[in-house]
Design a protein around this ligand. Structure first.
Ligand SMILES: Cc1cc2nc3c(=O)[nH]c(=O)nc-3n(C[C@H](O)[C@H](O)[C@H](O)COP(=O)(O)O)c2cc1C
Length: 182
């Protein structure tokens, strides 16, 4: 039994290129949702990026966080914006995830949006949307961590969320037997 477990180990130390691939693969075991973080540039143009590093942080006060690759061309906009929105994608929004994970300059063309606080672009059809005021920003290795205070939210529990696991998009399954409050 022990042998099987050991033979399935990909890497034990995250140093080196090969092990970095192993680390990435191991991190992919952690299933997440998929969100698009949106904001406005100083000129008022919409900006958006697909991320799965989103997490709830605190309930009282209500705080959330996400992280952005420090070399992202979108970084300057998120650094200077006072607010950002978290659009939690639903299972029929894979195309949106692809679009906002790409480097196209036309990310927002033909995307149905409504506007939130101070014109924040919010997507229609999401499972939930959180409008946040930037509270703090911290360096985190090769990423930058943004913490936002939730000022307003929309929730659509009837819409199933889009999931991401081991590098693949997935949909939510039925609850496990015996499932209840954790
Ligand atoms: C499912 C998924 C999750 C992602 N999560 C993140 C993330 O948490 N942080 C990040 O910086 N990039 C993440 N990316 C990559 C960005 O979406 C991608 O690099 C995008 O091109 C960045 O936009 P930019 O060119 O405006 O920086 C993710 C991509 C996908 C498909």
């Amino acid at each position: 039994m022990k042998k099987t477990i050991e033979s399935e180990l990909l890497a034990q130390s995250p140093d080196g290129d090969a092990n970095q691939r192993g680390l990435r693969q191991a991190l992919g075991a952690f299933a997440t949702g998929v969100v698009v973080i949106t904001t406005l540039t100083d000129a008022g143009d919409p900006v958006g990026i697909t991320v799965n590093s989103f997490s709830s942080l605190s309930l009282a006060p209500p705080l959330v966080l996400w992280s952005l690759n420090a070399t992202s061309p979108s970084r300057c906009h998120f650094d200077s914006a006072r607010r950002f929105a978290v659009n939690v994608l639903s299972e029929d929004q894979i195309a949106l995830s692809h679009r906002f994970a790409s480097r196209t300059a036309l990310k927002f063309s033909n995307i149905p949006v409504h506007t939130g606080i101070e014109g924040l672009p919010l997507f229609d059809g999401c499972a939930a949307v959180f409008e946040c005021r930037l509270q703090a920003q911290h360096p985190g290795g090769d990423h930058v961590i943004y913490i936002g205070a939730v000022e307003r939210f929309e929730a659509y529990p009837q819409r199933a969320p889009l999931l991401f696991h081991e590098g693949l998009y997935r949909r939510i399954g039925p609850p496990l037997e015996g499932a209840g409050e954790p």
